[in-house]
Design a protein around this ligand. Structure first.
Ligand code: GLU
Length: 504
């Protein structure tokens, strides 16, 4: 192993990437960048029964959208390639053989039916069947059969698997960068299958061989792989290879704080669990994605970084560069991280405020175009500057600003009833005259003149201001009223007042 930091994200292309997977990719990316290392993408597609054709593309597109692209992987800097395990298939057999020769693995010829019968029998006795030290010399294994019997079976093309011969009566002491020292009694482990006679390695063998050949220095992955760690450590020992460092990230929990956040929780609770929208090619079911739901990738990433990591300070907003600088495995927690859709929205709202008005204008333009509204960019940018602090998503802009573009077509019933009194029409007619005569039509000047007039009339401010807002906006909401008046202009303001007088 070299001193270089080389980490890998090794998803199995069995469907869309869950946010837990994106978080694993992100932590690998941050760790790699922090140490000027390399972030590798490896596609672990040895399980052909679960293979989904569009999943690899989805994974790569997701990393792109999140702005955490891989340095090395399928189709990119392929110096340790190929990076799809199905394309490395030929390579694994020699390693399985090597372990058999050195006594670290053995052939097992037990048929599925035989194993099933053992399982049932154990169950009937209230026990669990485990293939390991206590029975491997009684079963159809090359540990029991004679050399000749084994050769005969292999020559007859009998189906077999290669199992790892887990050492007996050992206490394995392992180090996890996040969890510290972990001890395990090897007698509790089963002899996992490493290789099958169909020519396919299992995840365990392929994963270790590839991590070794790709010179991976740190394995950073989800907690669900922690139970595999003893076997992986033992495999390195068996091959006499130096093991990489391991770090198992905490689970992402449901918003209630209990239970792993599953693919179905999003549907139930109304939020996305996938970065991008995903269409299941078989069922045509569409799962929503953060991108399509209007989240900014940098806000999404910032939120994900806090699922299991914290900087140890009060700071919550981190650019990707700042995350890289501050990220540290020692600040990743062991305990599960609760996912919060509200917090995710909060991040988006915060990032919204940091975005430039012109950037947001470009996005808002797409919505306005769909609605058939044409206005010059300068006007739209001004609108954006006035409303963005109230918005979480660009999709909120229209609801918050439609009155800048179109006259209200209806008026909030409750507000009208409360604010539009008997004397209101006369006051509004007078106000029309006042507004007509304003020459310098700027927010401050309009405000000054209208307020002076209200004072001179000796009516309460609310009696004028509320109906005026209702006339312009159609409801008692929106930004500073005189800003709206300046923006829509004198003629349109008068028209809106007139409309309200006629309609209310
Ligand atoms: N292929 C495994 C997965 O789908 C990789 C686990 C690991 O990183 O070792 O997550």
């Amino acid at each position: 192993m070299t001193d270089n930091v080389r980490v890998r994200f090794a998803p199995s292309p069995t469907g869309p990437l869950h946010i837990g997977g994106v978080r694993t990719a992100l932590f690998n990316y941050l760790f790699a960048k922090k140490h000027n290392g390399t972030f590798v993408l490896r596609i672990e597609d040895t399980d052909q029964t679960r293979y989904v054709a569009n999943a690899e593309k989805y994974i790569i597109d997701s990393l792109e959208w999140c702005n955490i692209p891989f340095d090395e992987g399928p189709g990119k800097n392929e110096k340790f390639g190929p990076y799809r395990q199905s394309e490395r298939k030929e390579l694994y057999k020699q390693y399985a053989n090597q372990l058999i020769e050195s006594g670290w693995a053995y052939y097992a010829f037990d048929t599925a039916e035989e194993l099933d019968a053992h399982r049932k029998q154990h169950e009937a006795e209230g026990k669990t069947f485990i293939y390991n030290w206590h029975n491997r010399e009684k079963l159809q294994s090359s540990l029991r059969l004679s050399k000749e019997e084994v050769t005969a079976k292999l020559e007859a093309d009998e189906k077999y698997v290669v199992r790892f011969k887990t050492p007996q009566d050992e206490v394995l002491i392992m180090q996890d960068e996040i969890r510290g020292t972990i001890k395990i009694d090897t007698n509790t482990l089963d002899d996992k299958v490493l290789y099958k006679s169909d020519g396919m390695p299992t995840y365990h063998l392929a994963n270790i061989v590839d991590d070794y050949l790709m010179e991976i220095s740190h394995v950073i992955r989800g907690e669900e792989w922690l139970p595999s760690m003893p076997l992986h450590i033992l495999l390195y020992k068996a091959f006499a290879w130096e093991a990489p460092k391991f770090a198992h990230l905490p689970l992402i929990l449901k918003p209630v704080g209990k239970g792993k956040l599953g693919k179905r929780d999003g549907d139930k609770l109304g939020f996305a669990v996938f970065p991008l929208e995903y269409t299941n090619e078989q069922t045509r079911d569409v799962s929503r994605g953060y991108k399509e739901d209007g989240y900014f990738p940098d806000a999404f990433i910032n939120m994900l970084a806090f699922l299991g990591w914290n900087p140890g300070t009060e700071q919550e907003l981190f650019s990707l560069q700042e995350l890289v600088e501050n990220f540290d495995l020692t600040r990743v927690s062991k305990s599960g991280a609760k996912f919060s859709p509200e917090k995710t929205n909060w991040f988006n709202q915060q990032y919204m405020q940091q975005k430039s008005n012109s950037e947001l204008t470009a996005l808002f333009l797409l919505i306005l175009k769909e609605k058939g509204i044409e206005k010059d960019n300068e006007y739209i940018e001004k609108v954006v500057s006035l409303i963005k602090e109230r918005a979480t998503f660009v999709a909120d802009f229209w609801e918050l600003s439609n009155f800048f573009f179109v006259n209200p077509s209806e008026y909030d019933a409750k507000a009208s009833k409360k604010q539009w009194k008997e004397g209101t029409p006369i006051l509004m007619e007078e106000l029309i005259t006042v507004i007509s005569s304003i020459e310098d039509f700027t927010s401050e000047n309009i405000e000054k003149i209208v307020k002076e007039w209200i004072t001179s009339k000796e009516v309460g401010f609310g009696k004028v201001m509320q109906p005026l807002r209702l006339s312009l906006v159609g409801a008692l909401k929106g930004p500073h009223l005189f800003d709206i008046i300046e923006m829509v202009g004198k003629e349109n303001t008068i028209q809106r007042l007139q409309n309200a007088v006629n309609k209310l």
